[in-house]
Write a protein that binds this ligand. Structure first.
Ligand SMILES: Cc1ncc(COP(=O)(O)O)c(C=O)c1O
Length: 388
């Protein structure tokens, strides 16, 4: 086997995503003193840029941690032992957040789905109306379920909480949507938004975020789940002057400043439109192949990734392995109950039309070589969308 395949690897999993050279170069600059004046300037410019991307005038906390850390931070800063929380099992990541909440001692009510659509605001409203005593402390929703490629209508979830006249906080995971799909923390009435660096923000893994509403900040004053590293209060106090209570991930923050500049140069609306076009082109290819998209409700189709179902009796993992070996393209695997049934095409982050076209060409050649029943030529349908 060739030790090094020629050309560039195509990292088309739904995150971590391709890191632009500009961001890599920024990360490669010498590490600076995290208690010196240059660092404070860096931190303040990153906080300002993040507020624009989250759509908030409130604080955004940055952890040197993967997204899972920011999930934990959202829960331990707002909840107390034994609190009830309402979640929706939209897929694998909602399931992992549920497991974490249970391990932390929260009482989780889980609304089930078939993993082929987003959260149903009417079901959330009905569950909240049954909670006469107001025991539910928080509603937790995954904006873009990375395991399925289905989004949830967050503004409608907030409207459902308000329609039930329920005091629950709204905690939203935007790990695979922030910077790829329209999102508005303040306008949609979200209390804590959880995000990570390695997807739409075009950075390597290693940073995660909480955007925090005034109501969530007030809840943190009385929440009693144990917390130390994740505690917002010392973090926000230090952030005031551009410091962190512990050593920040200095070089990743350099990269973040560059990534935020790139998003602003392209314009967030153009970034969202590019992702929507790429998603439409990908779905056109899947339909052209005669295969099925995992997300069954067109209103919930994700602009960050597309899950593709394989016909009965065919292994999605064998197909992915073949495409990696022959074409040097990495695709996402099926998770949880979708293991080996589904593969996922990531089209989030820093991606150009021809990179997507190359990825889809790799998939089509793979389908042929793996003898998966399909109609050839789906790539042509995708090119029509991209060239339109
Ligand atoms: C929607 C969603 N939530 C949570 C996570 C967990 O984040 P991490 O793996 O960075 O801890 C992921 C990871 O892919 C994700 O896609």
């Amino acid at each position: 086997m060739n030790a090094r395949p020629p050309g560039r690897h195509f990292l088309q999993i739904p995150g971590p995503t391709n890191v632009p050279d500009r961001v890599l170069h920024a990360i490669a600059e010498p590490t600076i003193d995290h208690r010196g004046p240059r660092f404070a300037d860096l931190a303040q410019s990153v906080f300002a840029g993040l507020r624009r991307v989250f759509g908030t005038a409130g604080p955004v906390v940055i952890y040197p941690a993967s997204g899972t850390g920011a999930w934990e931070a959202a829960l331990v800063n707002t909840c107390s032992p034994g609190d009830a929380v309402l979640m929706v099992r939209t897929g694998w990541f909602a399931t992992l957040w549920h497991e974490m909440a249970t391990r932390l001692g929260l009482q989780v009510t889980m609304l089930e789905t078939d993993w082929r659509r987003g959260a149903d605001p009417a079901a959330i409203e009905a569950a909240l109306r049954q909670d006469m005593a107001g025991r539910i402390r928080a509603v937790c929703a995954v904006h873009n379920e990375t395991s399925t490629g289905c989004t949830s209508p967050i503004a409608a979830v907030r409207a459902a909480i308000d329609a039930a006249d329920h005091p629950a906080l709204l905690l939203v995971d935007t790990i695979s949507s922030l910077g790829s799909i329209d999102y508005r923390h303040d306008a949609w009435g979200v209390d804590v938004t959880v995000a990570g660096s390695q997807k739409g923000l075009m950075l390597p893994p290693g940073l995660s975020f909480n955007a925090i509403s005034a109501r969530a900040l007030a809840a943190a004053e009385t929440a009693r789940l144990p917390r130390s590293y994740w505690d917002w209060r010392p973090m926000l106090a230090a952030n005031e002057s551009g410091w962190f209570p512990y050593t920040p991930a200095t070089n990743l923050l350099r990269g973040l400043r560059e990534a935020l500049a790139m998003l602003e140069e392209e314009g967030l609306d153009s970034v969202f439109a590019r992702h929507a076009r790429h998603a439409a082109a990908t779905r056109a290819a899947v339909a052209g192949w005669g295969l099925e998209v995992q997300c069954a409700d067109p209103r919930d189709h994700s602009a960050s990734l597309t899950g593709v179902r394989l016909p009965e009796g065919h292994s999605a993992d064998a197909l992915r392995a073949l495409i990696l070996r022959r074409f040097n393209v990495s695709l996402g695997n099926g998770l949880g109950m979708l293991k080996d049934r589904v593969f996922r095409i990531g089209h989030l982050g820093d991606l150009a039309d021809v990179q997507l076209a190359g990825t889809l060409a790799g998939v089509e050649m793979g389908l042929r070589l793996a003898e998966v029943p399909h109609r050839p030529g789906g790539i042509g349908a995708a090119l029509e969308v991209l060239a339109a």
